[in-house]
Design a protein around this ligand. Sequence first.
Ligand SMILES: [Zn+2]
Length: 370
Amino acid sequence: MLMLALLTGCGGGSGDESGSGDTESGGSSSAEREQNGGSQGTDQKSGGGGTTSPADTADTTKQSRSPAEVGADETGSIMVLEYHRIGGDPTFSPDWTISTQQFRQELTYLYENDYYPVNFRDLVEGALEVPAGKTPVVLTFDDSSDTQFTMVREEGDWVPEPAGAVGVLAEFHRKHQDWPMKGTFFVLPEANAPNNLFGQPELAEKKLRYLADAGFEIGTHTLYHANLAQATPAGVREQLALSVAEIKKRLPDYEVDSLSLPFGEYPSNEALLRSGTWQGSGYDLEGAAEVAGGPSPAPYSSRLDPYHVPRIQTGELAGQSQALFRYFEQNPGERYVSDGNPDVVSFPKGSGESLDTAEIQSAGKRIRPY
Ligand SMILES: [Zn+2]
């Protein structure tokens, strides 16, 4: 079953979907983009004529710059990037492989263009802690292959092999302390080697602990890349409960909150994804990732379905990431830009129509149009 996953990739027949995702991301009218204005547009608003409410004053203890000054727009889009193989044999599965060099370049691009990494669960739970003026980005890694995280001995210690995903991310963090070790690994506990929790089964527990301690998130991708559209309801519960149990067997206190659906295939009863049990093991998932679809709506947007979060595929051949990087350069007003205060949802007046204000209030947060 896993071989099929690798040959066809995580997405299966998702090429068309990701294509339409591009269209979708470009689908806003030019009027909407003008209205949002991006950081340039908000400078004018901060210059004069802006209103100062009591809420503005209260927030100054938590941030040094106002939402207008940083061009905050917490209604904008967020990229959830989808990586599979990092380096390794480029001919093995070219659609789903990105070279180590290109991965480093993408990280450098994101860092230099004011993106800031968060975990997948932070997006679906609406708990984004992002400095003012930065745009959250979610790096996700599917299939737990050896190219993502092999460990090697260095002066008696086990450390991430430098050319794999974790090695590159650790090195990047050492160089740039303001780029935290965030990103979500959707793992396959019972796949065939080398996708069984990154190969090296004797080091599986050490690797999961390394990821959790560093700040990365561990999510499930089912036990062995099961197609949940073809599973019985009991089969869905089995795949989810046992994959979570396999992670918790190695990290007993760890909460698994997130799922990536193999092939992007959903069970007919999607409620099975949220919570369930199988032979004494349980799961309680906060969100699920699709395999394609373009940028994600913001937390608290009525357009965000936490169990259908779209992603942007990477890869030498099938990758959409470069196109989306260019897209947001040309349409900066569509980016989510943080106000730096997780308790407040800030946005330029007129761009908050998509927000679910009742949900924001029930989360104990406030909205602040400016
Ligand atoms: Zn996969």
